[in-house]
Ligand binder design. Sequence first.
Ligand SMILES: [Fe+2]
Length: 261
Amino acid sequence: MIDLHCHILPGVDDGPKNLDESLEMVRIFTEAGYRQVVATPHQVPGTTWMLSTGEIRNHLTELNQAINIKGLELDVLPGMEISFDPSIPDLLENGQLLTLGKTSYVLIETPFQQLPLGWEQVVFAILAKGYFILLGHPERCAQLAVSPRQVERLIESGVYLQINWDSFLGYHGRAALRMARYLADNGHIHCLATDSHNPQERHAAHVRLAAAKIEKLMGSENLQRIAIENPLRILRNTHPLPMMTPDPKIDVKKASKWRFW
Ligand SMILES: [Fe+2]
């Protein structure tokens, strides 16, 4: 499996504090069946959480070397989780941001309260430069939670949506759980990611538990699409496929005859 969103570089944001914690996360990822993850440290323009691309690549090299020395099998690729900020198009143009695994996809963090004013222009400017947008955890945004139909405007504007696995377990509160279910019911999820931050509470070991719940909501084919196929498609720089729209006449729970987890 591939994880497109995790905080695994040591000491650069609110992720692991040191290399030992990073390596423990690596071990949890490999035990959960992952072979590739994209390191996506927070990048908040105008703050200390704004590393240069070179600094991130150096951290990445050190972590991958440590993984090899330990004999673990996980490939950590370059990336960033960028705050939804009007400066993104210029920063991209100046080469100051990393895309996901050298693709044309930028991972943008959905604000927890509300989308920035004029978000449509920011999205348009990014797309116009030839990039694609993967929006991280929109289910955790308070504004979208009270008006979920705004999500459709986001998708219509060309944005792809990444939902956190553990939102389906209620780890981010009831509103995020309700929103995750709404997005699942309406076929609005393009991919799932762990958004792992540390080896104690937010990590890949929750994926199996969440997968069982998500499979009941949308069936195994859709789960396979958003958990495995679409992350791979994104890493290959092709478009993720939409979820198959639920047919109200079909009982998904009964229709899911086989399990792949
Ligand atoms: Fe994140």
